[in-house]
Design a protein around this ligand. Structure first.
Ligand code: DX5
Ligand code: ZN
Length: 214
């Protein structure tokens, strides 16, 4: 299981020490949530923050773009150090073109889908992507409640991945904690993003180590 702490929940005034904590922990990736105030009702961070994190990060950076017109920015995010880039299916009129663009830049390409978006939107793209970022909360904010219907969607996505012989990984993003992690893994999740659960703890490294044991 890949564990990807989301720095959305980190202390932005101490980002270097938060990144060092992730470096020293059992975490595998660093998840970075980019919000534009248009696709989602919140603004978080952009390219300069990704560059700054990159200067300290010893783990791959997984950039989740919650933005409209991602094709205008993916090259800059890649240059800033993104190892994987996910774009939202709901934000892309030309999803296949956007995915090709990310792959041509040499990054891992992901498609993110909102809780209400059916798995069927992935039917003709699943064979071309490296990961599906399945939202288990409505994107825009950390520390929200996990949506239980996610388990059924993971099973359905797993079925599609097998049917299409895709190698896409299943990433679950939102409300992940120690309670739901075992069931998420059983359902077929490969990557768990976790923000609030890790960063609100007095001992984030221990929380990450425990999630890794699931
Ligand atoms: C939500 C973000 C998530 C979120 C995860 O829009 O994509 O990555 O920050 O944080 P928690 O674990 O707090 O739900
Ligand atoms: Zn995210």
């Amino acid at each position: 299981m890949i564990i990807a702490p989301s720095i959305l929940a980190a202390d932005f005034a101490n980002l270097q020490s938060e990144v060092n904590m992730i470096n020293e922990s059992a975490a595998d990736w660093i998840h970075i949530d980019v919000m534009d105030g248009v696709f989602v009702p919140n603004i978080s961070m952009g390219i300069p923050v990704v560059q700054a994190v990159k200067r300290h990060a010893k783990k791959p950076m997984d950039v989740h773009l919650m933005i409209v017109r991602p094709e205008l920015y993916v090259e800059e995010f890649r240059k800033a150090g993104a190892d994987s880039i996910s774009v939202h299916a709901e934000a892309c009129d030309h999803l296949h073109r956007n995915i090709e663009q990310i792959k041509n830049l040499g990054a891992r390409a992901g498609v993110a889908i909102n809780p209400h978006t059916p798995i069927s939107v992935l039917e003709n793209i699943i064979q071309d992507i490296d990961l599906v970022c399945m939202m288990s909360v409505n994107p825009g904010f950390g520390a929200q409640k996990f949506i239980e219907h996610t388990y059924n969607k993971i099973l359905e996505l797993k079925g599609l991945i097998l049917k299409k012989s895709s190698s896409a990984l299943i990433e679950i993003d939102g409300g992940v904690n120690q309670q739901n992690a075992p069931q998420l893994m059983k359902a077929g999740a490969d990557i768990l993003v976790t923000g609030n659960f890790v960063f609100s703890s007095p001992n984030p490294k221990q929380v990450i180590a425990k999630l890794k044991e699931v």
